[in-house]
Design a binder for this molecule. Structure first.
Ligand SMILES: [Zn+2]
Length: 451
Protein backbone atom coordinates (compact mmCIF):
# COMPACT_ATOMS: atom_id res chain seq x y z
CA UNK A 1 0.00 0.00 0.00
CA UNK A 2 2.71 2.45 0.98
CA UNK A 3 4.59 1.82 -2.23
CA UNK A 4 1.45 2.65 -4.11
CA UNK A 5 1.01 5.85 -2.12
CA UNK A 6 4.53 6.98 -2.90
CA UNK A 7 3.56 7.12 -6.56
CA UNK A 8 1.35 10.09 -5.69
CA UNK A 9 3.65 11.75 -3.21
CA UNK A 10 4.17 15.40 -4.16
CA UNK A 11 2.49 14.88 -7.50
CA UNK A 12 -0.65 15.99 -9.26
CA UNK A 13 -1.98 13.40 -11.69
CA UNK A 14 -4.84 12.66 -13.99
CA UNK A 15 -6.46 9.23 -13.75
CA UNK A 16 -4.96 8.37 -17.13
CA UNK A 17 -1.50 8.84 -15.59
CA UNK A 18 -2.16 6.29 -12.85
CA UNK A 19 -1.25 2.69 -13.75
CA UNK A 20 -4.23 0.34 -13.50
CA UNK A 21 -2.79 -1.72 -10.63
CA UNK A 22 -2.41 1.43 -8.51
CA UNK A 23 -5.95 2.68 -8.95
CA UNK A 24 -7.03 0.90 -5.76
CA UNK A 25 -4.79 3.30 -3.86
CA UNK A 26 -6.99 6.21 -4.93
CA UNK A 27 -9.38 5.25 -2.08
CA UNK A 28 -6.68 6.05 0.47
CA UNK A 29 -7.57 9.04 2.63
CA UNK A 30 -4.12 10.48 2.13
CA UNK A 31 -4.83 11.08 -1.52
CA UNK A 32 -6.71 14.24 -2.27
CA UNK A 33 -8.99 14.36 -5.24
CA UNK A 34 -10.25 17.59 -6.78
CA UNK A 35 -11.71 18.79 -10.08
CA UNK A 36 -9.03 19.41 -12.68
CA UNK A 37 -10.50 22.74 -13.77
CA UNK A 38 -12.29 25.52 -12.02
CA UNK A 39 -14.99 27.60 -13.70
CA UNK A 40 -15.20 31.25 -12.70
CA UNK A 41 -17.70 33.34 -14.67
CA UNK A 42 -16.84 33.20 -18.34
CA UNK A 43 -13.39 31.76 -17.68
CA UNK A 44 -12.05 28.38 -16.71
CA UNK A 45 -8.73 27.77 -14.95
CA UNK A 46 -6.67 24.62 -15.38
CA UNK A 47 -5.60 23.49 -11.91
CA UNK A 48 -2.55 21.66 -13.26
CA UNK A 49 -0.90 24.50 -15.20
CA UNK A 50 -2.96 27.41 -13.82
CA UNK A 51 -3.62 28.99 -17.20
CA UNK A 52 -6.97 30.75 -17.40
CA UNK A 53 -8.99 30.37 -20.60
CA UNK A 54 -12.15 31.96 -21.97
CA UNK A 55 -14.77 29.20 -21.63
CA UNK A 56 -16.01 29.61 -25.19
CA UNK A 57 -12.57 29.01 -26.67
CA UNK A 58 -11.97 25.68 -24.91
CA UNK A 59 -15.46 24.17 -24.96
CA UNK A 60 -16.15 20.61 -26.05
CA UNK A 61 -19.75 19.54 -26.65
CA UNK A 62 -20.72 15.91 -27.10
CA UNK A 63 -24.10 14.24 -27.05
CA UNK A 64 -24.05 13.79 -23.26
CA UNK A 65 -22.41 16.87 -21.85
CA UNK A 66 -20.49 20.10 -22.30
CA UNK A 67 -17.07 20.41 -20.74
CA UNK A 68 -13.82 22.34 -21.09
CA UNK A 69 -10.22 21.37 -21.70
CA UNK A 70 -6.84 23.02 -21.30
CA UNK A 71 -4.84 23.56 -24.50
CA UNK A 72 -1.83 25.00 -22.63
CA UNK A 73 -0.54 21.83 -20.96
CA UNK A 74 -2.04 19.33 -23.41
CA UNK A 75 1.43 18.01 -24.19
CA UNK A 76 1.23 16.08 -20.91
CA UNK A 77 -2.25 14.68 -21.54
CA UNK A 78 -5.55 16.51 -21.71
CA UNK A 79 -6.91 18.15 -18.58
CA UNK A 80 -10.72 18.43 -18.71
CA UNK A 81 -13.25 20.06 -16.44
CA UNK A 82 -15.05 16.71 -16.03
CA UNK A 83 -11.90 14.97 -14.77
CA UNK A 84 -10.08 14.96 -11.44
CA UNK A 85 -6.52 15.51 -10.29
CA UNK A 86 -5.06 13.22 -7.62
CA UNK A 87 -2.42 14.42 -5.24
CA UNK A 88 -0.82 13.44 -1.93
CA UNK A 89 1.44 15.21 0.51
CA UNK A 90 2.32 11.93 2.20
CA UNK A 91 6.02 11.18 2.00
CA UNK A 92 7.88 7.91 2.34
CA UNK A 93 10.22 7.63 5.35
CA UNK A 94 13.81 8.38 4.50
CA UNK A 95 16.29 5.56 4.51
CA UNK A 96 18.91 5.36 7.28
CA UNK A 97 21.86 5.17 4.94
CA UNK A 98 23.99 8.26 4.48
CA UNK A 99 24.20 9.62 0.98
CA UNK A 100 27.77 9.31 -0.28
CA UNK A 101 29.34 11.96 -2.48
CA UNK A 102 32.00 10.24 -4.53
CA UNK A 103 33.85 12.90 -6.48
CA UNK A 104 37.60 13.22 -6.68
CA UNK A 105 37.77 16.37 -8.80
CA UNK A 106 39.11 19.68 -7.57
CA UNK A 107 37.20 22.94 -7.63
CA UNK A 108 39.05 26.12 -8.53
CA UNK A 109 38.99 28.83 -5.90
CA UNK A 110 36.19 30.72 -7.62
CA UNK A 111 34.20 27.53 -8.20
CA UNK A 112 34.53 26.73 -4.51
CA UNK A 113 33.18 30.15 -3.62
CA UNK A 114 30.06 29.48 -5.72
CA UNK A 115 29.75 25.93 -4.41
CA UNK A 116 29.77 27.19 -0.82
CA UNK A 117 27.23 29.86 -1.63
CA UNK A 118 24.92 27.29 -3.23
CA UNK A 119 25.19 25.04 -0.19
CA UNK A 120 24.49 27.91 2.21
CA UNK A 121 21.43 29.06 0.25
CA UNK A 122 20.14 25.47 -0.03
CA UNK A 123 20.51 24.97 3.72
CA UNK A 124 18.70 28.18 4.61
CA UNK A 125 16.17 27.57 1.83
CA UNK A 126 16.71 30.86 0.08
CA UNK A 127 16.78 31.91 -3.57
CA UNK A 128 19.91 32.34 -5.66
CA UNK A 129 20.84 33.07 -9.25
CA UNK A 130 24.18 31.64 -10.33
CA UNK A 131 25.45 33.41 -13.43
CA UNK A 132 28.33 31.23 -14.57
CA UNK A 133 29.82 31.39 -18.05
CA UNK A 134 29.63 28.47 -20.48
CA UNK A 135 32.29 25.96 -19.50
CA UNK A 136 32.56 27.27 -15.92
CA UNK A 137 31.87 23.79 -14.55
CA UNK A 138 28.40 24.49 -13.18
CA UNK A 139 27.38 20.94 -12.36
CA UNK A 140 30.40 20.35 -10.11
CA UNK A 141 29.50 23.45 -8.14
CA UNK A 142 26.15 21.88 -7.23
CA UNK A 143 27.50 18.68 -5.69
CA UNK A 144 28.03 20.04 -2.16
CA UNK A 145 24.60 21.67 -2.00
CA UNK A 146 22.90 18.55 -3.34
CA UNK A 147 24.81 16.35 -0.92
CA UNK A 148 23.86 18.45 2.06
CA UNK A 149 20.17 18.54 1.10
CA UNK A 150 19.96 14.81 0.36
CA UNK A 151 21.66 13.96 3.65
CA UNK A 152 19.03 15.94 5.50
CA UNK A 153 16.42 13.72 3.88
CA UNK A 154 15.22 16.53 1.66
CA UNK A 155 13.72 15.91 -1.72
CA UNK A 156 15.52 17.64 -4.56
CA UNK A 157 14.75 18.32 -8.22
CA UNK A 158 17.37 19.28 -10.76
CA UNK A 159 15.54 20.49 -13.84
CA UNK A 160 16.32 22.06 -17.20
CA UNK A 161 14.26 23.05 -20.23
CA UNK A 162 16.25 20.68 -22.46
CA UNK A 163 15.99 16.90 -22.69
CA UNK A 164 19.57 16.66 -23.95
CA UNK A 165 20.80 18.41 -20.83
CA UNK A 166 18.83 15.99 -18.59
CA UNK A 167 20.39 13.06 -20.41
CA UNK A 168 23.85 14.50 -19.80
CA UNK A 169 23.21 15.23 -16.14
CA UNK A 170 21.74 11.86 -15.21
CA UNK A 171 24.82 9.63 -15.61
CA UNK A 172 27.06 12.26 -14.04
CA UNK A 173 24.93 12.41 -10.91
CA UNK A 174 24.58 8.65 -10.78
CA UNK A 175 28.35 8.45 -10.79
CA UNK A 176 28.88 10.93 -7.94
CA UNK A 177 26.01 9.71 -5.74
CA UNK A 178 26.48 5.92 -5.91
CA UNK A 179 23.59 3.97 -4.45
CA UNK A 180 21.20 6.91 -4.50
CA UNK A 181 17.96 6.38 -6.36
CA UNK A 182 17.63 9.09 -9.01
CA UNK A 183 14.55 9.57 -11.17
CA UNK A 184 14.89 10.72 -14.76
CA UNK A 185 11.75 12.16 -16.34
CA UNK A 186 11.14 13.62 -19.78
CA UNK A 187 8.49 13.43 -22.47
CA UNK A 188 9.59 10.24 -24.18
CA UNK A 189 10.76 8.38 -21.09
CA UNK A 190 9.54 4.78 -21.30
CA UNK A 191 10.36 3.73 -17.77
CA UNK A 192 7.61 3.93 -15.24
CA UNK A 193 7.80 6.64 -12.56
CA UNK A 194 9.00 5.68 -9.08
CA UNK A 195 9.45 7.87 -6.04
CA UNK A 196 13.04 9.05 -5.62
CA UNK A 197 14.77 11.58 -3.34
CA UNK A 198 16.49 13.16 -6.35
CA UNK A 199 14.61 13.86 -9.58
CA UNK A 200 16.20 15.02 -12.82
CA UNK A 201 13.61 16.20 -15.31
CA UNK A 202 12.59 18.70 -17.94
CA UNK A 203 10.76 21.82 -16.79
CA UNK A 204 7.58 20.52 -18.46
CA UNK A 205 7.53 17.51 -16.13
CA UNK A 206 7.21 19.88 -13.15
CA UNK A 207 3.56 20.30 -14.12
CA UNK A 208 3.01 16.85 -12.59
CA UNK A 209 4.49 17.84 -9.23
CA UNK A 210 2.91 19.83 -6.44
CA UNK A 211 4.78 21.11 -3.37
CA UNK A 212 7.11 18.19 -3.73
CA UNK A 213 10.61 19.56 -3.44
CA UNK A 214 12.56 21.06 -0.57
CA UNK A 215 15.13 22.17 -3.10
CA UNK A 216 14.52 23.06 -6.73
CA UNK A 217 17.48 23.73 -8.99
CA UNK A 218 16.69 25.06 -12.46
CA UNK A 219 19.62 24.84 -14.84
CA UNK A 220 19.66 26.90 -18.05
CA UNK A 221 16.92 29.31 -16.95
CA UNK A 222 17.79 31.37 -20.02
CA UNK A 223 16.85 28.54 -22.40
CA UNK A 224 13.84 28.08 -24.61
CA UNK A 225 11.11 27.13 -23.81
CA UNK A 226 11.43 28.07 -20.13
CA UNK A 227 12.74 31.60 -20.53
CA UNK A 228 9.57 33.21 -21.91
CA UNK A 229 7.06 30.69 -20.64
CA UNK A 230 4.90 31.88 -17.78
CA UNK A 231 3.25 28.46 -17.42
CA UNK A 232 6.55 26.68 -16.83
CA UNK A 233 7.75 29.32 -14.41
CA UNK A 234 4.54 28.98 -12.40
CA UNK A 235 4.93 25.18 -12.53
CA UNK A 236 8.41 25.53 -11.03
CA UNK A 237 7.14 27.62 -8.14
CA UNK A 238 4.30 25.14 -7.47
CA UNK A 239 6.50 22.06 -7.68
CA UNK A 240 8.66 23.36 -4.87
CA UNK A 241 7.47 23.48 -1.28
CA UNK A 242 6.39 26.94 -0.20
CA UNK A 243 9.51 27.46 1.89
CA UNK A 244 11.77 25.43 -0.40
CA UNK A 245 15.12 26.58 -1.78
CA UNK A 246 15.20 27.85 -5.35
CA UNK A 247 18.51 27.89 -7.18
CA UNK A 248 18.70 29.11 -10.78
CA UNK A 249 21.66 28.68 -13.08
CA UNK A 250 22.34 30.57 -16.24
CA UNK A 251 25.19 31.40 -18.57
CA UNK A 252 23.50 34.57 -19.76
CA UNK A 253 21.44 37.02 -17.83
CA UNK A 254 17.78 37.74 -18.53
CA UNK A 255 16.06 41.09 -18.08
CA UNK A 256 13.42 39.57 -15.79
CA UNK A 257 15.93 37.96 -13.44
CA UNK A 258 18.06 41.10 -13.36
CA UNK A 259 14.97 42.99 -12.18
CA UNK A 260 14.45 40.47 -9.37
CA UNK A 261 18.09 40.89 -8.39
CA UNK A 262 17.84 44.69 -8.47
CA UNK A 263 14.74 44.58 -6.25
CA UNK A 264 16.58 42.51 -3.66
CA UNK A 265 14.24 39.49 -3.92
CA UNK A 266 16.91 37.36 -5.50
CA UNK A 267 20.57 37.03 -4.65
CA UNK A 268 23.07 36.64 -7.45
CA UNK A 269 26.60 35.31 -7.71
CA UNK A 270 28.70 35.66 -10.86
CA UNK A 271 31.47 33.40 -12.09
CA UNK A 272 32.91 35.11 -15.20
CA UNK A 273 35.72 32.60 -15.91
CA UNK A 274 35.94 29.08 -17.18
CA UNK A 275 37.37 26.45 -14.87
CA UNK A 276 40.58 26.16 -16.91
CA UNK A 277 41.28 29.90 -16.77
CA UNK A 278 41.25 30.63 -20.50
CA UNK A 279 39.01 33.43 -21.78
CA UNK A 280 35.74 32.75 -23.61
CA UNK A 281 36.21 32.62 -27.37
CA UNK A 282 34.94 35.84 -28.95
CA UNK A 283 32.92 35.27 -32.15
CA UNK A 284 34.32 36.68 -35.34
CA UNK A 285 31.88 38.05 -37.93
CA UNK A 286 32.23 36.98 -41.58
CA UNK A 287 30.11 38.72 -44.16
CA UNK A 288 28.38 36.43 -46.65
CA UNK A 289 25.87 38.14 -48.93
CA UNK A 290 22.61 36.23 -49.46
CA UNK A 291 23.66 33.35 -47.24
CA UNK A 292 20.05 32.10 -47.20
CA UNK A 293 20.29 31.20 -50.87
CA UNK A 294 23.47 29.21 -50.34
CA UNK A 295 21.88 25.78 -50.48
CA UNK A 296 20.70 26.32 -54.03
CA UNK A 297 24.01 27.18 -55.62
CA UNK A 298 27.68 26.69 -54.99
CA UNK A 299 29.84 27.67 -52.07
CA UNK A 300 31.37 31.12 -52.50
CA UNK A 301 35.15 30.82 -52.47
CA UNK A 302 35.65 32.91 -49.34
CA UNK A 303 33.39 30.64 -47.33
CA UNK A 304 34.72 27.49 -48.92
CA UNK A 305 38.23 28.66 -47.98
CA UNK A 306 37.20 28.79 -44.33
CA UNK A 307 35.94 25.20 -44.47
CA UNK A 308 39.01 23.95 -46.33
CA UNK A 309 41.18 25.53 -43.63
CA UNK A 310 39.23 23.62 -40.99
CA UNK A 311 39.80 20.32 -42.78
CA UNK A 312 43.50 21.04 -43.23
CA UNK A 313 43.90 21.80 -39.55
CA UNK A 314 41.86 18.72 -38.69
CA UNK A 315 39.41 20.72 -36.65
CA UNK A 316 35.97 19.23 -36.19
CA UNK A 317 33.41 21.96 -36.93
CA UNK A 318 29.89 22.25 -35.59
CA UNK A 319 27.74 24.23 -38.03
CA UNK A 320 24.54 25.70 -36.62
CA UNK A 321 21.74 26.26 -39.15
CA UNK A 322 18.69 28.47 -38.61
CA UNK A 323 16.04 26.03 -39.93
CA UNK A 324 15.73 22.31 -40.64
CA UNK A 325 15.05 22.84 -44.37
CA UNK A 326 18.07 25.01 -44.64
CA UNK A 327 20.16 22.45 -42.77
CA UNK A 328 19.14 19.78 -45.28
CA UNK A 329 20.07 21.91 -48.30
CA UNK A 330 23.35 22.96 -46.77
CA UNK A 331 24.14 19.39 -45.88
CA UNK A 332 23.66 18.23 -49.49
CA UNK A 333 25.77 21.09 -50.77
CA UNK A 334 28.64 20.21 -48.44
CA UNK A 335 28.51 16.54 -49.41
CA UNK A 336 28.81 17.63 -53.04
CA UNK A 337 31.66 20.06 -52.42
CA UNK A 338 33.60 17.88 -49.97
CA UNK A 339 33.06 14.30 -51.14
CA UNK A 340 36.02 13.04 -49.11
CA UNK A 341 34.84 14.53 -45.83
CA UNK A 342 32.76 13.04 -43.06
CA UNK A 343 29.62 15.13 -42.83
CA UNK A 344 26.82 14.50 -40.36
CA UNK A 345 23.70 16.28 -39.22
CA UNK A 346 20.96 16.15 -36.60
CA UNK A 347 17.87 18.10 -35.72
CA UNK A 348 15.11 17.82 -33.12
CA UNK A 349 13.12 15.12 -34.94
CA UNK A 350 16.15 12.94 -35.58
CA UNK A 351 15.75 9.65 -33.67
CA UNK A 352 19.45 8.95 -33.79
CA UNK A 353 20.63 12.26 -32.48
CA UNK A 354 21.92 10.88 -29.18
CA UNK A 355 24.08 8.32 -30.98
CA UNK A 356 25.33 11.06 -33.28
CA UNK A 357 26.26 13.26 -30.32
CA UNK A 358 28.44 10.38 -29.12
CA UNK A 359 30.09 10.24 -32.55
CA UNK A 360 30.91 13.95 -32.39
CA UNK A 361 32.62 13.27 -29.05
CA UNK A 362 34.61 10.54 -30.74
CA UNK A 363 35.78 13.08 -33.37
CA UNK A 364 34.11 11.20 -36.19
CA UNK A 365 33.10 14.18 -38.32
CA UNK A 366 34.74 16.99 -40.25
CA UNK A 367 31.49 18.94 -40.31
CA UNK A 368 28.41 18.37 -38.23
CA UNK A 369 25.32 20.40 -39.05
CA UNK A 370 22.66 21.01 -36.44
CA UNK A 371 19.92 23.38 -35.39
CA UNK A 372 19.76 25.17 -32.06
CA UNK A 373 18.96 21.83 -30.34
CA UNK A 374 22.69 21.42 -29.68
CA UNK A 375 23.19 25.01 -28.61
CA UNK A 376 23.68 24.14 -24.95
CA UNK A 377 24.30 21.45 -22.40
CA UNK A 378 26.54 19.38 -24.62
CA UNK A 379 30.30 19.32 -24.28
CA UNK A 380 32.63 18.14 -27.02
CA UNK A 381 36.36 17.97 -26.39
CA UNK A 382 37.68 19.59 -29.59
CA UNK A 383 35.38 21.70 -31.67
CA UNK A 384 35.05 24.96 -33.56
CA UNK A 385 31.70 26.59 -34.28
CA UNK A 386 30.19 28.25 -37.31
CA UNK A 387 26.80 29.91 -36.91
CA UNK A 388 25.25 30.14 -40.36
CA UNK A 389 23.07 33.15 -40.93
CA UNK A 390 23.72 34.34 -37.42
CA UNK A 391 21.53 37.38 -38.06
CA UNK A 392 18.47 35.11 -38.56
CA UNK A 393 15.72 35.87 -36.05
CA UNK A 394 15.75 32.37 -34.52
CA UNK A 395 18.98 33.20 -32.77
CA UNK A 396 18.54 35.11 -29.53
CA UNK A 397 21.46 36.72 -27.75
CA UNK A 398 21.55 33.94 -25.21
CA UNK A 399 21.42 31.24 -27.92
CA UNK A 400 24.38 32.86 -29.70
CA UNK A 401 26.35 33.02 -26.45
CA UNK A 402 25.57 29.37 -25.79
CA UNK A 403 26.59 28.26 -29.29
CA UNK A 404 29.87 30.15 -29.00
CA UNK A 405 30.22 28.55 -25.58
CA UNK A 406 30.56 25.06 -27.09
CA UNK A 407 34.12 25.99 -28.08
CA UNK A 408 37.25 25.58 -25.95
CA UNK A 409 35.61 23.85 -23.01
CA UNK A 410 38.18 21.20 -22.34
CA UNK A 411 41.52 21.55 -20.64
CA UNK A 412 43.30 19.96 -23.57
CA UNK A 413 41.78 22.29 -26.16
CA UNK A 414 40.90 25.51 -24.35
CA UNK A 415 41.16 27.80 -27.38
CA UNK A 416 39.05 27.54 -30.51
CA UNK A 417 37.22 29.61 -33.08
CA UNK A 418 33.66 30.84 -33.49
CA UNK A 419 32.44 32.44 -36.69
CA UNK A 420 29.20 34.28 -37.21
CA UNK A 421 28.35 34.04 -40.94
CA UNK A 422 25.93 36.85 -41.68
CA UNK A 423 24.78 39.60 -44.00
CA UNK A 424 24.26 42.31 -41.42
CA UNK A 425 24.95 42.50 -37.68
CA UNK A 426 21.76 41.87 -35.71
CA UNK A 427 21.11 43.29 -32.28
CA UNK A 428 21.41 39.78 -30.79
CA UNK A 429 24.82 39.27 -32.43
CA UNK A 430 26.12 42.59 -31.15
CA UNK A 431 24.73 41.86 -27.70
CA UNK A 432 26.33 38.41 -27.62
CA UNK A 433 29.77 39.72 -28.55
CA UNK A 434 29.44 42.58 -26.07
CA UNK A 435 28.42 40.25 -23.22
CA UNK A 436 31.25 37.78 -23.95
CA UNK A 437 33.81 40.60 -23.99
CA UNK A 438 32.42 42.02 -20.75
CA UNK A 439 32.67 38.66 -19.00
CA UNK A 440 36.25 38.22 -20.18
CA UNK A 441 37.10 41.71 -18.94
CA UNK A 442 35.52 41.05 -15.60
CA UNK A 443 37.35 37.71 -15.30
CA UNK A 444 40.64 39.48 -16.04
CA UNK A 445 39.97 42.14 -13.43
CA UNK A 446 39.37 39.43 -10.86
CA UNK A 447 42.62 37.73 -11.87
CA UNK A 448 40.83 34.59 -13.07
CA UNK A 449 42.39 34.47 -16.53
CA UNK A 450 45.81 32.95 -16.99
CA UNK A 451 47.88 34.73 -19.63
ZN1 LIG B 1 -3.36 23.22 -18.19
Amino acid sequence: MMRGLSYFSGRRLLLSEVPKELRGVLENARIKQYPAMEIVGQTVECLRCHRVHQRETVKIVNEFETFYYCPSCIQLGRVQSNLFLYSSQWRPKRGQAKVVLDWQGQLTESQREVSEKVRAVVEMKGALLVHAVTGAGKTEMLFEGLHSALNRGWRVALVTPRVDVCLELFPRLQAVFPGLEIGLLYGKQKQRYRYSPLVICTTHQLLRFYQAFDVLIVDEVDAFPYVDNQMLQVAAVNAKKKNGAHIMLSATSTVKLEKEVASGRLEKIILPARFHGYPLPVPEGRWLANWHQLGKGRLPSSFKGLLVGQIEQQRQTLIFCPTVDWLKEMSQLLVKEFPQSAIGSAHAKDDQRYEKIESIRAQTYDFFLTTTILERGVTFPNIDVIVMGSNHRVYSQSALIQMAGRVGRSNRDPIGSVWFIHDGWSRAMKGAVREIRQLNRSAREKGLIRE
